[in-house]
Design a protein around this ligand. Structure first.
Ligand code: GLY
Length: 336
């Protein structure tokens, strides 16, 4: 799928979105899939194909992540923006209903980091493989080492960035938004990706939950930087007795508070998914309010009943939901 088609899908989601009220709590019939951002609409379609046939949530979230990693000019996968050395490095993780989990970080030249993460989970006694070791493991397990090229869009953005080489690791700053709509789009009008992380949470017909996250990480990061998306308990957490959560935005802030583990623990205490996400956002904001004003972090959660919700620091965080009766984008509330 090219970028034009991707944007068209996003705008379809936007059409659905404009008539929607901001969500508070939604009880959905199982199965359910929710994914970060409006780009999650297309991802959910891939997830749904498996869920509706009675497939496992684990297989479904992997298929969803693969679908967006296939996008050539997208914010995740090999088409994503490179680090400051011009190298695309990918982070991903996956977690199932038994707390089995696997992750890769700083993975280069492999198209489907989510599937490598699953192999780490299933074939090794470890949870995370990084860098060259992760790539070696991937190749040993049949993944192809792709050519070292940037997508057209990423190359242009990187060349532009080199003009100033300003290190400003910010994501989702709404004041920079040029799109003109009420919610954050997948891309700004000038092509700048507005976000870089796809988090997917699913509950299957049997009531089992799994989650997956895939990202090219923060654009123009220091080579070797790893965000929250490969950190179990930060970018993703699943507790099949309670619920699951994922995050998007500035990963460092999510790691500091073990964000998604915190969200799940708040749900264990009885908070709704939305309020659990709000409590985690408050934790970030209360630590450093001045900094929080300049960044975006959004959490997304679903509990065992299929109730779901999200919350963000800033306006603009949205998520996509698909059930047998629902297929739309929901805007989250925000703190600042
Ligand atoms: N949330 C993605 C990252 O910080 O890399």
């Amino acid at each position: 799928m090219n970028r034009k088609k991707f944007l068209r899908l996003s705008s379809l989601g936007f059409a659905a979105l404009t008539s929607k009220k901001i969500n508070t709590l939604v009880l959905a019939q199982k199965p359910v899939v929710i994914s970060t951002w409006d780009a999650g609409m297309a991802v959910n379609a891939a997830v749904w194909k498996i869920l509706e046939q009675g497939g496992k949530a684990l297989d479904a979230v992997e298929a969803g992540a693969i679908s967006i990693e296939n996008e050539i000019n997208c914010c995740v996968g090999l088409g994503g923006y490179p680090d400051r050395d011009g190298i695309v490095t990918l982070d991903a993780c996956i977690m199932d209903e038994h707390a089995n989990c696997g992750a890769v970080a700083g993975l280069e030249r492999i198209k489907h980091p989510i599937s490598v993460a699953r192999k780490v989970m299933e074939l090794t006694p470890h949870v995370i493989l990084v860098g060259n070791g992760a790539q070696q493991f991937a190749v040993e397990n049949g993944f192809i080492k792709e050519p070292e090229v940037l997508s057209e869009e990423a190359e242009k953005a990187y060349k532009d960035w080199l003009q100033s080489s300003e290190y400003r690791p910010e994501i989702n700053i709404e004041k920079k938004q040029k799109f003109g709509g009420p919610f954050a789009p997948a891309f700004f009008k000038d092509g700048t990706p507005n976000h870089d992380t796809m988090g997917i949470l699913a509950i299957d017909k049997k009531g089992n939950m799994s989650g997956g996250v895939t990202t090219s990480g923060m654009a123009f990061k220091i080579h070797g930087r790893v965000g929250d998306s490969s950190a179990i308990g930060a970018g993703l957490f699943v507790d099949n007795e309670v619920g699951c959560a994922t995050s998007s935005g500035v990963g460092e802030e999510v790691i500091r508070i073990c964000g998604t583990h915190l969200v799940v623990e708040f749900m264990r205490q009885g908070y709704t998914p939305e309020n659990a996400c709000r409590k985690a956002v408050e934790r970030i904001v209360n630590r450093d309010k001045a900094k929080a004003k300049t960044i975006q972090v959004g959490f997304l959660a679903m509990n065992k009943k299929g109730e779901h919700g999200g919350y963000a620091i800033q306006k603009g965080f949205v998520y996509s939901i698909k059930t047998a009766k629902q297929n739309e984008i929901i805007a989250t509330k925000y703190l600042l």
